[in-house]
Design a protein around this ligand. Sequence first.
Ligand code: HEC
Ligand code: HEC
Ligand SMILES: [Cu+2]
Length: 435
Amino acid sequence: MFRYLPEQASTFASDVDWLHHWITDLSVFFTVAIFGAAILFAIIWRRKDGKHHPTPRILGDHTLEVIWTVVPTIICIFIAVEGIRIYKDIRTPPKNTLDINVTAQQFGWEFEYSNGKKTNNFTTIPVGQPIKYILRSKDVLHSFFVPAMRVKSDALASMYTYVWFNPIKTGEYQGFCTEYCGSGHSGMLFKVNVVSPAEYDRWLNDDSKEMMMAKMPPEDKGRELYTSKNCVTCHSIDGSAKVGPSFAKLWNRKEVLVDGSEVLVDENYLEESILYPAKKIVKGYGPLMPAYEGQLTQDEIKYLIAFIKTLEKGSLAPAPVAATATAAAAPIDLSKMTPAERGKNHYQTKLCVTCHSADGSKIIGPSFKGLYGKNGKFTDGSAYVADDAYIQGAIWEPQAQVVEGYPVPSPMPSYKGQLSESEIADIVEYIKTLK
Ligand code: HEC
Ligand code: HEC
Ligand SMILES: [Cu+2]
């Protein structure tokens, strides 16, 4: 009776379902028996002749009372014992589990495998292998629920929780967030993809970007981050000063700060300089570095530090430029290009591309898409129209007026002396093409 539970895809399913069905059937049986008897008796022994009958005096029956106390007690104890046995199973992962870290966040799930591979809102696992998901939330309470596996657990920001199960069938199963966590809660879904062990190995070891990253030594990961997180815009690795000090020979030296005090460049100083650059300003530089608090993980900071350490003896290697810039750096003949093409080339080689997108997305600065002719506002509330003269001013003197919604002082370096009037005119032509 009443078989409505979802597909059984883990070893827990048969146990959980058996007990669940047993309790439901038993409850339905007693509900029908008790209410049925009450209704039946009310019909059979209703007053038929209209006369008043005194209620007969009925004395207790000890045998009957013992039966209806002992039998339900045994049934309840049995349910409790079975429940505890199954619950213990579900809460006790075996030693040989495959561990996968799960990070819940409004409104999605990130899965991280032991080799560094990461996926969003889906997780691939091998059939017949006990799996343990270690759960953590980045913000509010979420709850990890895979009905077909019969597992569910809250994900908290303050501690790790887990679920484990052993999948018995290949296929794709739906997972849910079952803790109301905000406006996107109902869309916070994920898929559990159970495949054969061979297919899992192939999937896990494909050479995606994350995989390459995961296999790199820490200092190479740091070098990668140095470019991808835009440090390269302001910090050289060849000893030359840009907007910020060079990373060459930085490690282990005594750094002089604006207030004249000295500090030793060690791990803690580097971490602080990256997360909260305003706390200690290096002598000779302005407070122009954006704070990376909340933008870099603890691991990423570790990798950056490892990278900076490798430059202790100095490095003459030229600074790696952003990937897009490298592509454009091939020998090209600017004179054969249209102004807009030249502008695009400046956009890439002068690294505007690290802070300004061409597709409407906000990176560090406003996107160039739709910029030309735009009506904008500065932080002081005054309005401007982005015409040729404005754009030239914004490039030469970014600090003069800062666009609303961006930090003051602006992280944009001044290009005065680095870009001529005609180069800027080319950039304007390029910006005009980005409608
Ligand atoms: C917009 C320009 C800019 C960007 C981008 C930037 N920095 Fe900086 N950084 C600066 C400036 C300017 C200083 C010097 C002033 C100060 O101490 O804050 C500085 C200082 C530092 C220092 C202290 C250096 C010393 O000589 O003591 C470290 C370490 C540092 N940055 C690391 C980083 C890392 C790592 C990144 C990328 C994740 C990064 N910075 C991105 C501008 C920038
Ligand atoms: C380190 C990051 C960074 C780099 C590199 C950078 N910018 Fe900016 N830029 C910003 C930020 C942040 C703003 C917004 C705040 C402001 O007004 O300065 C901005 C604003 C602008 C504006 C005004 C945009 C608007 O919406 O009104 C223009 C134009 C501009 N940048 C052009 C350039 C050009 C051209 C280059 C390359 C030659 C460049 N920027 C390089 C960070 C950067
Ligand atoms: Cu949620």
